[in-house]
Design a binder for this molecule. Structure first.
Ligand SMILES: [Ca+2]
Length: 206
């Protein structure tokens, strides 16, 4: 009886330690389980020829967390650079975290060659800060865009205009792009947008 008790106590201890670790090192910002929560295609993008996002809804077709994600329908014509951009306006301080992670999925029948990047609007001047490197999307797979919040000019275009970006985020955005190719008309999916410290991120991947 005593040994059963000890085992029970140990199991509870291990479980609570695991929970504390996860809570401290990863914060889910948007998971689209209960609607878009303010995410949309901005007005200016609906009017611009190189902006090709046509609509955003929540969907249960694919999800990397829970049962729902944000589905964005886009129409990439090819031959010119085009982007499908969605964003949310929200003041955030994520300076306790080193990375922003965004899961992006394109369906199996989508072409190769689309890329995704995270974009912040941050600081007093509402500076537009996009990742220098985009992540290649793979049809039929969830891919994670990892944005180093402390990377400065190594990671972010225009970073000098908002040196403390992570503590003064005003918008979070995601853009999927076709740089002259491919041509693709259809949906892509965004889910489980989170701020994390790398240790926690590695645990969640395994
Ligand atoms: Ca979700």
């Amino acid at each position: 009886m005593k040994s059963v008790l000890i085992v029970c106590v140990m199991v509870v201890l291990v479980m609570s330690m695991a929970n504390i670790g996860a809570a401290a090192d990863e914060k889910v910002l948007y998971d689209f389980e209960k609607g878009l929560g303010g995410w949309s295609i901005p007005e200016w993008a609906l009017k611009q020829a190189d902006q090709v996002a046509k609509g955003a809804i929540t969907s249960d077709a694919f999800a990397s967390s829970g049962t729902h994600s944000m589905e964005v329908v886009a129409d990439f014509p090819g031959s010119i650079w085009t982007g499908a951009y969605v964003e949310i306006m929200e003041y955030l301080d994520i300076s306790d975290y080193e990375e922003l992670l965004v899961d992006v999925y394109i369906p199996e029948d989508a072409p190769e060659g689309l890329k995704a990047r995270a974009i912040f609007t941050a600081g007093e001047n509402w500076s537009f800060l996009e990742m220098k490197k985009a992540v290649a999307l793979i049809p039929g797979q969830w891919r994670t865009v990892r944005a180093d919040l402390d990377g400065g000019g190594r990671v972010w275009k225009n970073s000098a205009s908002a040196p403390n970006m992570a503590s003064d985020v005003r918008k979070v955005g995601v853009r999927v792009e076709s740089n002259q190719k491919p041509t693709y008309k259809g949906p892509f999916y965004i889910d489980n947008i989170r701020a994390a410290n790398p240790e926690a991120a590695e645990v969640s991947v395994e």
